[in-house]
Ligand binder design. Structure first.
Ligand code: ACO
Length: 196
């Protein structure tokens, strides 16, 4: 079975190796170290019973641009070694990272970039974890491939909130109109009643 736990500085050489096996996007050691020391609650790894690292998620956190009382989580890198895929490890790593970041920061959303050709990761993010495509970043990767910028909204998608407010405005006017009509009718009946 597997042990899933927080990533620590002592794990970084092995985690970086796991990253290099699985993805063309590799970060310098200084970035790994900075991330794990600065946001120790955000990054997790999976190891087998022998302590071999078979998967990881590297994440970081920053203040939201539009809302300075809210924060944004970033999934910077996620990978699971090939023989250990489709066992639910990535989903568990992503869920733990999300819950742990949410326990520490009031998150507005979590965001990530993924190659538009990466069907496995897209299916994981969209179908299994509920992320939605926010935008397309053209030629985002060094080899020229485009990226989907994806978000998982935690504290309300402002587009949906705006749409709901709009709907409530329309419904609210109709509701107020009906209340007025009802009051007028009730007044008429009361008037009739008192006259008889
Ligand atoms: N095809 C279709 N759907 C998939 C696939 C696949 N190959 N892999 C995962 N999924 C979806 C399924 O819905 C799956 O649920 P199911 O198995 O019940 O059908 C769900 O995701 C959960 O899958 P997990 O088993 O948790 O995923 P896994 O541990 O296999 O890891 C990952 C998925 C990380 C994408 C793995 O394939 C991998 O390491 N790929 C190479 C590295 C990579 O692409 N990383 C993401 C880059 S983007 C970034 O780092 C921000």
């Amino acid at each position: 079975m597997f042990n899933i736990r927080r990533m620590e500085p002592k794990d970084l050489i092995d985690v970086q190796r796991c990253n290099q096996y699985n993805l063309p996007e590799n970060y310098p050691m200084v970035f790994w170290t900075y991330s794990v020391i600065t946001w120790p609650e955000a990054s997790f790894l999976a190891e087998d019973l022998g302590g071999k690292i078979v998967g990881y998620v590297l994440a970081s956190v920053e203040q939201a641009e539009e809302n300075d009382h809210l924060w944004v989580g970033h999934i910077n890198s996620l990978a699971v070694l090939r023989p250990y895929r489709r066992l639910g490890l990535a989903k568990r790593l992503m869920t733990l990272s999300k819950e742990s970041m949410m326990d520490t920061y009031p998150l507005q959303y979590i965001q990530l970039h993924v190659r538009i050709s990466n069907r496995a990761a897209l299916s994981l993010y969209r179908d299994a974890l509920g992320y939605t495509v926010h935008s397309v970043d053209y030629r985002y990767y060094a080899d020229g491939e485009d990226a989907f910028s994806m978000r998982l909204w935690i504290n309300g998608n402002p587009d949906i909130l705006r749409h709901r407010r709009q709907r409530w405005k329309i419904f609210g006017s109709f509701h107020r109109f009906m209340v007025r009509k009802h009051e007028q009718l009730a007044y008429c009946f009361r008037g009739t009643g008192s006259a008889s």
